[in-house]
Design a protein around this ligand. Structure first.
Ligand SMILES: Nc1ncnc2c1ncn2[C@@H]1O[C@H](COP(=O)(O)OP(=O)(O)OP(=O)(O)O)[C@@H](O)[C@H]1O
Length: 276
């Protein structure tokens, strides 16, 4: 079970003077259950790539399939849920509840099953019950994003794709969204996140993909990412590398703040032990 991107190229406005090649011979396989982080420069093709995962865009050449079925088949929208970059634009209904119900209702759910899906999705993202009947447009930016995520989750996708879900969130909402993504991943859902905030997401990821000018410029595990000399490093990894250069015997392949702290404490203890 996987999303398979084979030799995909894509151009916007083909055959016109505005033609722009946004993806070039991209090959990629995302297994069911993986947490994938997609990074890269502005305009490198990240959003274009993920729009191929549920057939919103069709490749100019090459193919995309989901669990063996071509991605543009309509039923794939149920398997691959996408949260776009400005999720508040995905909200439209009179109430939070109706907004979240729209997707599953559209796929034929009704009655008790529909109610169950909506309340479960809203609970998963931590939206308080008293907000269910509120207009989504009266919510804060962070709450709007959670409602939009609930709307995608209520469809019960096997693959959840989020485009820059952390940007513009305050630290508290950011932290709680990271926890939500972690728990969805633990429940077996594939989580595919496009983000420039690599450092925040690195500890959750199984695989990192970097895009550059419509091509994949790096693909590997978080460990390979921090060891590579061609990738931008999280601040905490840079700090560990600097400590190592200054002669401290610390590991410099760490990207998790807590782990780095434990490593520094370990080295500090060893040093004070050897000085006694
Ligand atoms: N609707 C569109 N029409 C024409 N060109 C587009 C369209 N959307 C994107 N492009 C162009 O395609 C290329 C890839 O854009 P894309 O949005 O996929 O990149 P991105 O890596 O997601 O960028 P960002 O970080 O800004 O979201 C860019 O050159 C962009 O200008």
């Amino acid at each position: 079970m996987s999303i398979d991107v084979k030799n995909v190229s894509f151009s916007y406005d083909p055959g016109t003077s505005l033609e722009r090649l946004a993806l070039q011979n991209v090959n990629l396989s995302i297994d069911r259950g993986e947490f994938i982080l997609i990074g890269g420069e502005i305009g490198s093709g990240k959003s274009t790539l993920i729009r191929h995962f549920n057939g919103l865009l069709r490749p100019s050449s090459g193919s995309v399939s989901v669990d063996g079925v071509e991605a543009h088949v309509k039923s794939i929208r149920k398997k691959v849920g996408i949260l776009f970059q400005f999720p508040q634009n995905q909200l439209f209904a009179r109430s939070v509840y109706e907004d979240v119900a729209f997707g599953p209702a559209n796929f034929g759910e009704k009655g008790d099953e529909l109610r169950k899906r909506v309340t479960k999705a809203l609970k998963m993202v931590g939206v308080r019950e008293e907000l269910y009947e509120h207009s989504p447009f009266t919510l804060s930016g962070g709450e709007m994003r959670l409602v939009a995520i609930a709307g995608v989750l209520a469809i019960r996708p096997d693959y959840l794709v989020l485009d820059e879900p952390l940007s513009g969130l305050d630290p508290e909402h950011r932290e709680s969204l990271l926890e939500i993504l972690k728990s969805l991943h633990m429940q077996g859902i594939s989580v595919i996140v496009v983000s420039h905030l690599i450092a925040d997401l690195l500890p959750l990821a199984d695989k990192i993909i970097l895009m550059k000018k419509g091509k994949i410029s790096f693909e590997g595990s978080p460990e390979e990412y921090v060891k590579s000399t061609s990738t931008p490093l999280p601040e905490i990894t840079s700090l560990m590398k600097e400590l190592k250069q200054k002669g401290f015997d610390v590991r410099d392949d760490i990207f998790d703040v807590e782990e780095a702290l434990n490593e520094i404490i370990r080295v500090k203890k060893e040093r004070s032990g050897s000085m006694q």
